[in-house]
Design a protein around this ligand. Structure first.
Ligand code: GDP
Ligand code: MG
Length: 302
């Protein structure tokens, strides 16, 4: 008699240079906003698990900070370490590139991929931006000369076009196994973490180029009282001048940022949110590994 298909469970790493759409893809696959996206590179600082459970199996996606040229500050080293460790012990690697755009950073990642024994699926994202699809043919041809890839899948993370085909391909590399996570769980990140990320996203969207790397968010309080979530967040900046930018004239900027973050939090948590924010100055936090750890950027194995 026909043997019942066994459930599968395994890991897929998502790698690619900054800004190719890795976080957008992960959010699309999981069907929920897990990680923040922005047109600014290096928005993602953390390794995030997105979990997708279907009748065939469970795939645990690891979103990596962009692999980029070794920087000298602590936070750059952290990001390169997490991206590299994400390549070890996965069943399949999704390497995201952008349609019709090939950069030196893509070239570096191609070289770094030699470190992995896992099959590599090349995801050509943002095909929605290419109106004449035949323009993709020479790009695909060049790619084929760069290396041997298990599969090449053009898609649009933004519109969702062809994402199902990618998911089916991923599943074919996942081994039989029992689910690691309950089927309704979509991330291993705490609500506290998501709250901090949502606020950071609004800060970056609103303040863009005015705030370099200099901002991070720490949620100090996350509690429920009478069905209202009380969230207290500290926004850390490096200089008094940045503090003034975050707060804005008469507190307008921070008020608007907080309002937008609160709306997203209410949607994410399905509850009314009371959000309180503070801005504090800590000089050169990105240079200080110890403080990074205090702020939750610790990547040491425990
Ligand atoms: P990451 O740095 O690789 O995680 O990239 P993000 O997911 O943060 O996306 C970077 C930018 O590209 C954002 O502005 C996204 O809205 C945009 N983007 C992502 N996927 C697509 C896509 O499929 N089509 C288009 N047109 N833009 C996209
Ligand atoms: Mg990202």
């Amino acid at each position: 008699m026909d043997e019942k298909k066994k459930f599968r469970c395994g890991f897929a790493a998502i790698i690619g240079r900054p800004n190719v759409g890795k976080s957008t893809l992960l959010n699309r696959i999981v069907g929920q906003k897990l990680t923040i996206t922005s047109s600014r590179p290096q928005t993602t600082r953390h390794k995030i698990l997105g979990i997708k459970t279907s009748p065939q199996g469970q795939v645990i996606y690891v979103d990596t900070p962009g692999l980029h040229r070794a920087g000298k500050s602590a936070i750059n080293r952290y990001m390169n370490r997490t991206a590299k460790s994400a390549l070890a012990d996965v069943d399949v690697v999704l390497w995201v590139i952008e349609a019709l755009r090939w950069t030196d950073e893509d070239q570096d990642i191609l070289a770094a991929l030699a470190m992995t024994e896992a099959p590599v699926i090349v995801v050509i994202n943002k095909v929605d931006k290419v109106s004449d699809k035949t323009a993709l043919l020479p790009f695909l041809d060049e790619l084929a000369h760069k290396g041997e890839f298990t599969e090449v899948i053009p898609l649009s993370a933004r519109s969702g076009d062809n994402v199902e085909r990618l998911e089916a391909a991923v599943m074919s590399y996942i081994q039989e196994g029992e689910a690691f996570f309950p089927e309704d769980q979509v991330t291993d990140r705490s609500e506290r973490f998501l709250a901090a990320e949502l606020l950071r996203e609004k800060l970056m969207r609103r303040l863009g180029e005015e705030l370099p790397y200099a901002v991070t968010v720490q949620v100090e309080e996350f509690s429920e009282q009478n069905e209202v979530l009380h969230i207290h967040a500290v926004i850390w900046v490096e200089k008094e001048s940045q503090k003034a930018i975050v707060i804005g004239k008469g507190g307008e900027a921070l008020k608007e940022i907080g309002r937008r973050a609160r709306i997203d939090m209410e949607q994410a948590f399905g509850a009314k949110v009371f959000l309180k924010t503070w801005v504090r100055v800590k000089e050169s936090w990105s240079e200080d590994e110890r403080l990074l750890r205090q702020l939750g950027y610790d990547d040491r194995e425990t």
